[in-house]
Design a binder for this molecule. Structure first.
Ligand SMILES: NC(=O)c1ccc[n+]([C@@H]2O[C@H](COP(=O)([O-])OP(=O)(O)OC[C@H]3O[C@@H](n4cnc5c(N)ncnc54)[C@H](O)[C@@H]3O)[C@@H](O)[C@H]2O)c1
Ligand SMILES: *[C@@H]1O[C@H](CO)[C@@H](O)[C@H](O)[C@H]1NC(C)=O
Ligand SMILES: *[C@@H]1O[C@H](CO)[C@@H](O)[C@H](O)[C@H]1NC(C)=O
Length: 437
């Protein structure tokens, strides 16, 4: 805009320039000239405003005010300045680097993965709708952190096909790291629509755009250990059954795996699903137990500790964020190219699923003991029966497949990882929100 303005400035429309002319005839002619120039000038401004209006509001349909769809909003995107930011963020800065669209980049895992990719010189563009499933100010703080490393997060929804098409028009992404989702198990009873919107409709609209892109990107995406549902055989292996989910969240992740199979089969998209096991760490998710236990222990509030029937232990295979990030990067680096083009399959493409866990389940009561030591505060424990509303009794990953094919090897135990989490937590919440990475 400033360039255009300075160009317009060169048109001799300033009255001062004409004062030199003496002849009345010349004067009149120049007056006529100058008013023509003024007319042209204002027409340009008017046209410019119309163009700006169109570029900035590509999807301006008013949306229904249904609370189950509150994450659907309209966002401002488009325009030359916006495209410039998109391009610059996605620019590859190292030899053999990849350019990755990271969905859910303002989320817990998305922020860490984006930062790690950027550090090695890959091109990274984020996409996130900043919904308020949990405190959006934490998402904004993560965004600010990424901005400082040169990662731009586009504000928009993965179910917005027009936006996705635009992004692929501006950047020929080689990879998509798809982490945007409605997470959480219990929230599904409150807002089932948000799971369908993000984990089903959003996934399909993303895959639709990927299959039509030229070249098609390779896609790595987050499934979940929850697909193992009510299974009792441990550890969970990729070949085990995944047809008895215990929550709508798990069911939508399972559906995602089947949808991935379809797009791989029909369109030749390279697809890798990662089944994360209870990821924790700095910049984590406030809706997860380790996070709100920390908050409530510090507040002196009692915390619910679930136990299964017959005093059965509830345990989780807690996996530290840095280990998950290594697994994500390894999945991207070993992903083969998609084989389709022009929206058509040209040959068989890679289809993979991996467990990314830690292989050592820890009882939730031990998690609390570790937090008590780190916080130097005794917890008020409130032992309760595990409600049958989505949570399973335990998770335990068999990671030998990821070990063999991705070189995945988690190295952080729960003690060490929680120590890093607590240090971050204290500095983020008591240090005037000036946390360090
Ligand atoms: N953290 C875990 O323990 C865990 C375990 C298993 C699976 N996963 C999966 O890993 C992925 C990342 O999880 P996380 O812990 O970082 O969660 P998160 O909620 O912190 O991150 C998800 C991000 O996606 C964004 N988002 C949601 N719906 C969107 C939409 N429709 N359009 C655009 N953006 C949208 C959210 O605003 C959020 O910032 C998710 O797919 C989640 O289901 C996480
Ligand atoms: C997702 O977007 C499509 C259009 O692209 C729309 O028809 C559909 O209603 C949306 N789905 C949800 C669940 O928001
Ligand atoms: C782990 O999974 C592999 C297949 O990837 C299998 O060969 C092995 O037997 C499993 N280990 C256990 C302990 O179940």
């Amino acid at each position: 805009m400033s360039k255009q303005m300075s160009h317009l400035d060169n048109i001799p429309s300033t009255p001062g320039k004409f004062k030199m002319e003496k002849s009345p005839y010349a004067h009149n002619r120049l007056r006529w000239h100058s008013s023509l120039a003024k007319l042209t000038f204002w027409s340009f401004i008017f046209l410019g405003l119309i163009l700006i209006f169109f570029f900035r509001s590509p999807s301006s349909n008013p949306l229904p005010q249904d609370p189950s769809r509150r994450s659907l909003r309209t966002y401002n995107w488009g325009g030359p300045a916006w495209e410039k930011r998109v391009r610059s963020s996605a620019r590859v800065r190292s030899r053999n680097g990849i350019s990755v669209l990271v969905t859910g980049a303002a989320g817990f895992v998305g922020t860490h993965v984006s930062a790690a990719l950027k550090r090695r010189g890959d091109g990274v563009l984020g996409l996130d709708n900043f919904n308020d499933y949990y405190d959006p100010s934490l998402k904004r703080a993560r965004q600010a952190l990424l901005e400082r490393t040169g990662v731009f997060i586009v504000e928009g929804d993965i179910n917005d096909s027009a936006l996705l098409r635009k992004l692929f028009e501006v950047v020929a992404f080689t990879h998509v790291m798809h982490l945007a989702a409605q997470a959480g198990v219990r929230y599904a009873m409150e807002n089932p629509g948000s799971y369908v919107h993000s984990n089903i409709a959003g996934l399909v609209s993303l895959l639709e755009v990927c299959k039509s892109a030229n070249p098609q990107p390779a896609i790595v995406w987050a499934s979940s250990s929850s697909v193992y549902g009510l299974n009792t055989k441990v550890p969970f292996s990729e070949r085990d059954r995944t047809d008895q989910p215990a929550s709508l969240y798990a069911a939508t992740k399972k559906a995602g795996e089947e949808i991935a199979h379809t797009y791989n089969h029909i369109y030749g998209l390279s697809l890798t699903g990662l089944r994360f096991f209870t990821v924790y760490g700095p910049w984590g998710r406030p809706d997860m137990a380790y996070f709100f236990f920390t908050r409530d222990i510090l507040k002196g509030k009692s915390i619910p500790i679930f136990e299964a029937a017959n005093h059965g232990t509830v345990a989780r295979d807690f996996t530290y964020i840095d280990d998950i990030v290594k697994g994500c990067l390894a999945a991207l680096d070993t992903a083969e190219k998609s084989t389709g083009s022009g929206g058509k399959k040209k040959g068989p493409a890679q289809l993979r699923v991996y467990n990314l866990g830690n292989t050592s389940p820890v009882p939730v009561s031990d998690l609390v003991s570790i937090l008590e030591r780190l916080l130097k505060v005794n917890a008020k424990r409130n032992i309760m029966k595990l409600p049958r509303n989505g949570d399973v009794q335990f998770t335990h990953a068999n990671i030998s497949l990821a070990q063999r094919e991705l070189g995945y090897k988690p190295t952080t135990d729960l003690q060490t990882g929680l120590k890093k989490f607590v240090r971050w937590y204290l500095s983020y919440y008591s240090g005037g929100k000036k946390a360090t990475g």
